[in-house]
Design a binder for this molecule. Structure first.
Ligand code: MLT
Length: 414
């Protein structure tokens, strides 16, 4: 039996388990000290606050429906129930002036899974462009699929085009110097917290249409944009229907990281090319892929997600988002006041913080863990241009965020 050799090319373990491993080693060795000052985790962006009541009420009702023969449901539609697809299309797109129909919305169990699964419908010969730093899933899944060569010393893979996003370019990826066929964009960005404005997104849409390229637009954090002028969807840009797929998630905005619900929008105007040059609809391929490999998300969960769009659901998710964004503001202001350089945390739940001069991001990770008992995510884990930065997540209780920034402001690493 042969394994998929591409897995052997993966340069390191997946970032978050590696952080978890280091935290476990430290915790086991320092159990006494941690009693007085427990670890605060602002590493992985996992939500901590309860799910909105509107969602829970809808789920309870749905569970009870399953308890009666008249309302019991077995397999649901592979692409999601119409009640949810219609609400998504209306509220997240049509109401914001985007032309997206309910049957272009594919409900799923997560943007991470979808971003990986989409590779099933793309050919092996595409030139793939990613930002550096980047959400590691985009890179690792391309490695697993055999779309890259080996990694070099800096962890960059042969065959991928890396677009450096740095303080110098305002964390907006430059258009690639070489032709790219598939481009991953994430806005609001994980990890830098930067948002692409209308002009930047328009340049990307124009590039993609001119080059027959596909943009995989990850907008999992769209709900955290606080400025109404900034685009939440790539479909707010003219021409995006012929070059983009968008990923969205209920995970962070409505506390679904554990429950799992997300969606992907594949417009019917989006065409790819077969190896013999024929135009093929990506909507048709994705439909075929999903109906073969996926049975969608539980009915109960889809009812919970539908409730996000009710009046109560909108008010309650709005409060949840404001709560986390207040955490983000506290982090940004306290660290800036302590003399650190802080990016992001204005339209995204992540602060991208410069390490003190000469300190690497893994050294900063260790320092914060050992001295402040604080877990961050080292910037280098997101790519070589992330070196010299660390990421703090705003997803935590107010109490923990306040304690965390007090520990940092008390002198650690400053
Ligand atoms: C992160 O911390 O970057 C996120 O939790 C990753 C994810 O949502 O998969």
């Amino acid at each position: 039996m042969q394994i998929n050799d591409n897995f052997l090319k993966l340069a390191a373990g997946y970032l978050f388990p590696e952080i978890g491993r280091r935290v476990s080693v430290f915790s086991e060795a320092n159990a006494e000290a941690l009693k007085a000052k427990p670890i605060i985790k602002l590493g992985i962006g996992d939500v901590t606050e309860p799910m909105p009541e509107a969602c829970r009420t809808a789920m309870i009702k749905a569970v009870n429906e399953l308890g009666k023969a008249e309302t019991f449901r077995g397999y649901g539609p592979a692409f999601g129930y119409d009640f949810l697809r219609e609400k998504i299309a209306q509220h997240d797109f049509v109401d914001r002036g985007c032309e997206i129909a309910a049957d272009e919305v594919f409900v799923s169990d997560g943007s991470k899974c979808d971003s990986a699964n989409l590779l099933d419908i793309l050919g092996p010969g595409n030139r793939v462009a990613v930002c550096d730093p980047v959400y590691p899933v985009y890179v690792d899944t391309n490695v697993m699929a055999g779309h890259t060569g080996a990694a070099d010393e800096s962890g960059r893979y042969a065959g991928l085009t890396y677009l450096p996003v740095t303080a110098e370019n305002g964390f907006a990826p430059p258009l690639p110097g070489e032709k790219a066929d598939v481009i991953y964009l994430c806005s609001p960005n994980n990890p830098t917290g930067a948002v692409l404005d209308r002009a930047a997104l328009t340049a990307w849409v124009d590039y993609a249409n001119a080059n027959g390229a596909l943009i995989l637009f990850d907008a999992a954090y769209a709900a955290f944009i606080t400025d109404d002028e900034l685009p939440r969807s790539i479909f707010e840009i003219d021409g995006a229907r012929t070059c983009a797929i968008e990923l969205r998630s209920f995970s962070k905005s409505a506390a679904f990281t554990g429950t799992r619900c997300a969606y992907t929008v594949v417009p019917k105007d989006l065409m790819g090319r077969s190896s013999d040059g024929q135009e093929v609809s990506l909507h048709a391929l994705w439909s075929r892929r999903q109906s073969t490999k996926f049975n969608c998300v539980a009915y109960v969960v889809q009812r919970g997600a539908e409730a996000v769009y009710s009046d109560d659901g909108r008010a309650q998710t709005g409060e949840l988002i404001s709560f986390y964004m207040e955490n983000a503001r506290l982090i940004r202001e306290a660290l800036s006041a302590a003399g650190m350089t802080v990016h992001g945390a204005e339209h995204a739940p992540y602060a991208w913080v410069g390490c003190p001069e000469g300190v690497t991001s893994w050294a900063m990770f260790d320092k914060l863990l050992h001295e402040a008992h604080l877990v961050c995510t080292p910037g280098a884990g997101f790519g070589s241009c992330g070196e010299g930065y660390f990421r703090l997540s705003a997803f935590n209780s107010r109490e923990n965020v306040e304690a965390a920034i007090e520990r940092v402001a008390a002198g650690v690493g400053v």
